[in-house]
Design a protein around this ligand. Structure first.
Ligand code: G
Ligand code: G
Ligand code: MN
Length: 284
């Protein structure tokens, strides 16, 4: 049924052996994921975000990782959708918020101060009744200030109806939590959504950043997104900045914030703390 829905309105799909094995595979993956989650085998990595004008570290993005028993890492692109379809993402998301904010407190204790924690939020979580309460709870339990937290959402949150999402984001921002729009321009983007979604920051997707090195068309789209973001009063942060040249290019476009391998990969907690100390050392 889900294959048919994906194919479009009024489509039928014949159940085949192939489909049967795909379904089984997904069921296995979900079973393993649930087990790993219960056994606390999921973990977070943290990738730094830098303010270009000052070189200051302004925050980190928490990125979830799943390592199987045999040591293999399962990419988020393959397990997040399954967690979303099954609803497991709601419990995972609650755990993730608390874990990320706890880590931020530990970072602070060892001298990584003035950082914001950016957490990816699935549309499924956002639509769940009680989402705001789960955010308040995570802030309370970890003794965090709302301004310590940034929620990364995608435009696809608007698919189930824009008005409820606007109301929700307004409440969150009124609390002092900030909102970033992730992956903009990669899906079925609507400029109207961008105009209406209450947000603080726009993430220039790494596909547009990568295109900057290639040709003029890439530059045009990236520039348009940056101008649009600024016009709407948003901070624009470039993702996927992998080298000095790209840093210069995104700066020339008007981005004042960046994230990418050029500064640091997503790192586990102790690695991040060491990276932070080295970075500060270099800055003098
Ligand atoms: O971490 P990258 O390394 O591979 O992440 C790939 C994709 O998975 C990104 O689009 C990212 O938004 C998503 N992702 C990573 N961690 C999380 C998470 O904790 N929650 C949600 N909802 N998505 C995540
Ligand atoms: O969609 P989202 O922005 O949440 O996903 C962030 C993803 O980008 C993660 O998969 C992260 O590992 C990846 N990433 C972060 N920095 C870089 C980079 O400089 N280059 C590439 N190719 N990927 C990056
Ligand atoms: Mn993100």
């Amino acid at each position: 049924m889900s294959e048919a829905k994906t194919a479009g309105l009024g489509q039928t799909v014949l159940f085949s052996q192939e489909l049967g094995s795909a379904v089984r595979e997904r069921a296995h993956l979900l079973r393993d994921l649930r087990l790993s989650f219960e056994q606390q085998q999921l973990f977070l990595t943290y990738q730094p975000q830098i303010e270009l004008s000052s070189g200051r570290i302004i925050g980190v993005e928490a990125l979830m990782r799943w390592r199987r028993e045999d040591g293999a890492l399962v990419p988020p692109e393959s397990f997040i959708p399954i967690a979303e379809q099954s609803g497991l993402i709601v419990d995972m998301g609650r755990w993730l918020l608390q874990t990320a904010l706890q880590a931020l407190q530990r970072f602070r204790v060892v001298g990584c101060t003035d950082l914001r924690m950016a957490v990816n939020i699935s549309p499924v979580q956002l639509r769940q009744p009680g989402f705001i309460e789960s955010v308040s709870e995570a802030l309370h339990l970890t003794r965090s200030r709302p301004a310590d937290l940034e929620l990364e959402i995608t435009e696809s949150v608007a698919v189930g109806g824009l008005e409820p999402v606007i109301a929700l984001l307004k409440r969150l921002r009124a609390m002092g939590v900030t909102v970033a729009i992730d992956d903009f321009g990669t899906g079925y983007s609507s400029l109207a959504y961008l105009d209406k979604l209450p947000a603080d920051r726009l993430k220039l997707d790494r596909s547009f950043v990568r295109a900057l090195e290639r040709d003029d068309n890439g530059t045009r789209i990236a520039r348009m997104i940056v101008v649009l973001g600024r016009e709407l009063g948003l901070q624009v942060i470039a993702e996927g900045v992998e080298n000095q040249k790209l840093e210069e290019l995104v700066m020339a476009l008007g981005c004042n914030e960046t994230q990418g391998y050029h500064y640091g990969h997503p790192m586990q907690e102790s690695e991040f703390i060491a990276w932070h100390a080295r970075y500060k050392g270099k800055q003098g």
